[in-house]
Design a protein around this ligand. Sequence first.
Ligand SMILES: Cc1ncc(COP(=O)(O)O)c(C=O)c1O
Length: 382
Amino acid sequence: MIYLDNAATSWPKPPGVAQATSKALTSGLGNPGRTTHHLAMDAALMVQECRENLAQLFAIANPLRICFTSNATEALNLAIKGVLSPGDHAICSSMEHNSVWRPLVALQERGIELTIVEASTSGVVDLSRIEQSIKGNTKLIAVLHASNVNGAILPAAEIGRLARERGIAFLVDAAQTAGSIPIDVKAMNIDLLAFPGHKGLLGPQGTGGLYVSEEVSLRPLKEGGTGSDSMSASQPSYYPDKLESGTLNVPGIAGLNHSVRFLLQKGVAQVVRRETKLTQRLLTGLMEIDGVTVYGPSAELPRAAVVSFNLRNLDPVFVANELERRADIACRPGWHCAALAHQTQGTQDTGTVRLSPGPFTKMTEIEIALGVIAELAAEHQA
Ligand SMILES: Cc1ncc(COP(=O)(O)O)c(C=O)c1O
């Protein structure tokens, strides 16, 4: 199989991730933070080690400000619903995934104002338009770091600087960049960083997390189920316990710990270099095929390893099925949970075919994919 669906979830995982996850089940890891026996203590140490590894990856000073969640969506909901109150104003971009868009729209019914800043058709968000949208009651700016539809990278560091100057909380949806593009929460002035564990961080599904800076106060979405403060009627006020209700996904975190260690050893810069080469070849190859429309920023601009295209007026589902039937290529057709981004780039009626290489994709696999698309294009002339 040629797996080009890493934007949905990464595969394959680095060597040892499956073993780390399965060892947590077979050799036993207890329930961390609840008791003193050695299995529970081993689990607690492993979970703490994973927090420390994530902190190193994102330049987070205090690992205890990282709370584990089951995916990026849960982290984003925690951040958005935890920070906003009726009367507050929030800003996002027109490139957002529905994991940001839907919670913000839902909050409008509870008296929260929302401004959606329009990006260009290629996904570029102009900083000055964000600045112009700031009001006296703006409490949150929430943007994705890179688009899961066309790979466009938003100016997160510049938006962070603006948010810090104005005293506004800054939430970054790093679903398409955590582990594949460097992130430094301090340098980028990020108050809230939501990340999945199962995409660029190369861990198992069912993992993710939210970093909460000391500058921000969040209300929890769930209460109860912490081993700490057992006799108290209230949720602990300290992190990570405040936001980690219920038993953690210990086998998943064991796998994530292993994959983050792998990334730290390899270096995110090396992942960027490799994925950039693959993405550039994909872009230039697609643009040479008669009948292909490629979306997003022009090829020379930096982008995440996400490429969306259409082939004449063929249904993206048909194209994806043909890629699988002819060469066992896995990709994603459709709208990629991002209606706003498709409206922005004008593909709301059709969706697109999305190809997303990962750190283990080979150049020969990109060439095979390009060959199949060229073959399809030749068979379906205008
Ligand atoms: C930009 C973006 N945000 C949020 C999400 C949601 O991530 P998860 O599936 O881990 O909840 C995705 C998933 O594709 C995404 O691409």
